[in-house]
Design a binder for this molecule. Structure first.
Ligand SMILES: Nc1ncnc2c1ncn2[C@@H]1O[C@H](COP(=O)(O)OP(=O)(O)OP(=O)(O)O)[C@@H](O)[C@H]1O
Ligand code: SF4
Ligand SMILES: [Mg+2]
Length: 325
């Protein structure tokens, strides 16, 4: 059973370059499909501007796709979504974002911040029950009970991220969308927060969509991985398909660019060079051809279609690198 199924989803933003210019569009997410298994973690990795947060917003319901649909079990979100499904999503799919400082009101106490979503949804919740729920949540995320009276400014970055996690859990969600949840934290604190997220996943049976520009973070956390470039999937598969059997030149470049020790793999390719092209005018043919060390003539003219290398492993490249076994 999958917790989440995304089918052929696209998001184009209308753009106007000057008053008399013809309207054009920026295709931030282009025909993306993937499945997040129940209780699993789908890791989305890609450079800045590759469409990760746009995809997150489409899954959260903070934005609408221009095409395609998002399905949670038999609840389908597309052009005509029923209101009761929207209410379900507002509870069952919650987010933890990169910058806990920006998303936590500095004037509110930690207790009020954590309980706020519950107060908004259920006005008549008894005071005792609220306090019990708060006790349990602070304990679950490893914060001392007395923190309920503090303000976000009195906490460290890691503690603030624990508050954001407690707040995301208060409505008993089924899926967490984690958009760069540890990018703002020191490396030593990152591991603590990632381990907390893993423990919570096991204890509560949560499914995660994890977004990071850091392949080491994604490889540590994920059961499945998708590699995005300019809004398109270059490659996707199980964690091992991507980390140990990468077939796409871009995935190999990402592996080479991250610390091999952190991934525990051999990397003998050069890190990626050159700038990421403007998503407003993506390259013809394969969108990666301007930076690809393996590009040939056909790559400049013809967009590759996705091919299956195995039941789980899919790659979008004319010349995938098939590991010798
Ligand atoms: N509301 C919007 N209007 C116009 N363009 C947008 C909008 N939101 C995002 N974009 C564009 O869509 C592309 C993808 O942006 P997105 O924020 O999804 O990337 P990202 O992978 O999350 O990047 P980062 O790693 O920097 O967070 C970018 O080119 C961005 O400028
Ligand atoms: S299709 Fe061509 S340019 Fe694109 S990744 Fe494959 S080899 Fe490189
Ligand atoms: Mg982002």
């Amino acid at each position: 059973m999958s917790a989440l199924e995304v089918s052929d989803i696209s998001r184009a933003f209308p753009i106007r370059n000057g008053l008399f210019a013809r309207p054009a569009s920026l295709r931030a997410v282009e025909r993306v499909s993937f499945e997040l298994p129940q209780g699993g973690t789908f890791g989305l990795v890609g450079e800045s501007g590759s469409g990760k947060s746009t995809l997150a917003r489409l899954i959260l319901g903070a934005d609408e796709p221009t095409d395609g649909e998002v399905r949670f079990g038999d609840r389908v979100f597309g052009r005509r979504t029923q209101d009761r499904h929207k209410r379900w999503r507002q509870r069952a799919v919650q987010a933890v974002l990169q910058d806990p400082f920006g998303s936590l009101d500095p004037q509110m106490s930690i207790g009020d911040i954590v309980l706020e979503p519950l107060r908004i949804q259920q006005h008549d919740f008894a005071r005792d029950a609220l306090q019990k729920r708060l006790d349990a949540l602070l304990m679950q995320v490893g914060l001392p009970q007395e923190f309920r009276h503090r303000r976000p400014g009195e906490l460290s970055g890691g503690q603030r991220q624990r508050v954001a996690i407690a707040r995301a859990l208060v409505l008993e969600p089924e899926i967490l969308v984690l958009d760069e949840p540890v990018s703002a934290l020191d490396v030593s604190i990152q591991a603590q927060v990632l381990n907390l997220l893993k423990d919570l996943q096991d204890a509560l049976g949560l499914s995660y969509l994890l977004i990071s520009h850091d392949l080491a973070v994604v490889a540590f956390m994920s059961s499945h991985i998708g590699v995005l470039y300019l809004g398109r999937f270059m490659e996707q598969g199980t964690r091992d398909d991507i980390v140990e059997r990468a077939a796409h030149p871009y995935t190999l470049a990402l592996i080479a660019a991250s610390e091999p020790d952190a991934l525990d793999v051999q990397a003998d390719v050069q890190p990626i060079s050159g700038e990421i092209p403007s998503p407003f005018a993506p390259p013809s043919g394969c969108v990666f051809h301007t930076r690809c060390p393996a590009a040939r003539d056909i790559c400049r003219t013809d967009a590759p279609t996705e091919q299956r290398l195995s039941e789980t492993h899919r790659v979008t490249c004319h010349f995938p690198i098939i590991p010798q076994v």
